[in-house]
Design a protein around this ligand. Structure first.
Ligand code: SAH
Length: 279
């Protein structure tokens, strides 16, 4: 067993290190490209922005959390490390992304608690521990940044923002138009050029971006759709809440190998259901 690193954990190589906070960028005088959007035909649309993540700098906030939320986020990250999250990329990303930007103003005070929160239309943003755990499982054995990843269930866009720190490209698909629009709005000020939001049925995956270095689902189905497995690159992992033989939902990790698939069933979880079609 690997010893648990003391906190703060070792950071990724300096060249890959991003600014301390992933916060909205200042509005610039120069015109921005229009928000690309693809809805019905499930084409990717980039959240527009010229800058790389590394150029993101902290901005003053008017969130009710005071001028700087980085201390409260650092406490959350310390707790994640205590709970066993070890991947320095994941810890850094969780410390960077301002979770309070993704929740309703009435819930801002709870944004850094280890709790899931409602995001509208009966859906929830997963608790930080679950987001970190799933991304750590997705990244297992990855020496550096992951390549292109697919997220099923954009929701409010929070997990897509975290993924954008640990993967080169993030394709995220959402079936509910209202949440797809909300995520676009939430992510726009961050200007993450490597995040692509699609409105579509994630049960079909997104073949145009395949093969993926990882697939992560934020909604749980009766089984893992076989197209997801087809769209995985060899050696890549899929992490998804799935109903197991016991009838309970559990985290399932499937790794594609040269000869087939390795499947692991992990802890019980409670995710919103994976549904088909667009609404
Ligand atoms: N990662 C999200 C969590 C959203 S909750 C976040 O950070 O906020 C899960 C989401 O999965 C919900 O928004 C739900 O509408 C969506 N979902 C369920 N079935 C889906 C499907 N077949 N395709 C795309 N999205 C789906």
């Amino acid at each position: 067993m690997k010893p648990r690193p003391s906190f703060p954990a070792k950071l990724p190589p300096a060249g890959d290190r991003s600014a301390a906070t992933l916060s909205p960028k200042p509005v610039q005088a120069s015109p921005r490209p229009p928000a690309g959007q693809v809805a019905h035909n499930a084409q990717p649309s980039a959240v527009p922005g010229p800058g790389r993540l590394a150029a993101v700098s902290a901005m003053p906030m008017s969130s009710g959390l005071g001028l700087d939320s980085s201390a409260v986020r650092a406490r959350m990250v310390a707790k994640l490390a205590e709970q066993g999250v070890q991947d320095p990329w994941v810890l850094q990303a969780m410390g960077q992304v301002e979770r309070h930007r993704f929740v309703e103003s009435a819930l801002v005070g709870q944004a850094y608690e280890d709790t899931s929160l409602p995001i509208g239309l009966g859906q929830t943003i997963s608790k930080p521990n679950v987001v970190a755990r799933m991304i750590e499982l997705l990244r297992q054995d990855a020496p550096g940044k992951l390549g292109r990843v697919l997220e099923i269930g954009t929701g409010c866009g929070y997990q897509a923002a975290v993924l954008s720190c640990v993967a080169s490209e993030v394709y995220s698909i959402e079936r509910l138009r209202g949440l797809h629009e909300k995520a676009k709005k939430n992510l726009l000020p961050f200007r993450l050029p490597n995040v692509h939001l699609m409105l579509g049925d994630g049960m079909l995956g997104f073949p145009k971006g395949a093969p993926y270095a990882g697939i992560i689902s934020a909604a749980g189905g009766e089984d893992v759709p076989s197209v997801w497995l087809e769209q995985l690159a060899e050696g890549a992992r899929l992490v998804a809440p799935t109903v197991t033989s016991s009838g309970q939902q559990a985290l399932v990790v499937i790794r594609k190998t040269a000869s087939g698939f390795d499947r692991q069933v992990l802890e019980a979880v409670h995710f919103v259901p994976l549904k088909s079609g667009i609404a």
